[in-house]
Design a binder for this molecule. Sequence first.
Ligand SMILES: [Zn+2]
Ligand SMILES: [Zn+2]
Length: 138
Amino acid sequence: MSQELEGGCFCGAVRYTVTSQPRLKAQCHCRACQYFSGGGPNYYMLINPEGLHFSGEDLGTFRSPKKPDAVTRSFCRICGTHLITERPGLRELVLKVGTLDDPSEFGGPKIAIFCEEKQDWHDLPEGVLAFDTLPARN
Ligand SMILES: [Zn+2]
Ligand SMILES: [Zn+2]
């Protein structure tokens, strides 16, 4: 993918441009993502922080106090759209694919994570590599 990707929140107050190639395309079935997605998996891409440029309103953030290694989720303060997640120990940002101006540019996931928390009625696309939790880091 050589062209820049553009996106933003539902109301348009937050905008972004992606200038680097996504490192990973995936879907997450964890229970928390089910809250944010409406019940299905979250579809996302990993993006280098230097390759993601925000404009417009500042993002609000939420971090669960229940887990010491909790992720930080960022959202539009006006319309509530969840745009990115930061995971402790992971350099890249988790960018939610539904916020792309043209989500079809995602092209589909390569892996599925946290499948141990998935619902029976969640679909795994054919050929997608499924992990119970996270793939091992190398
Ligand atoms: Zn918004
Ligand atoms: Zn998740």
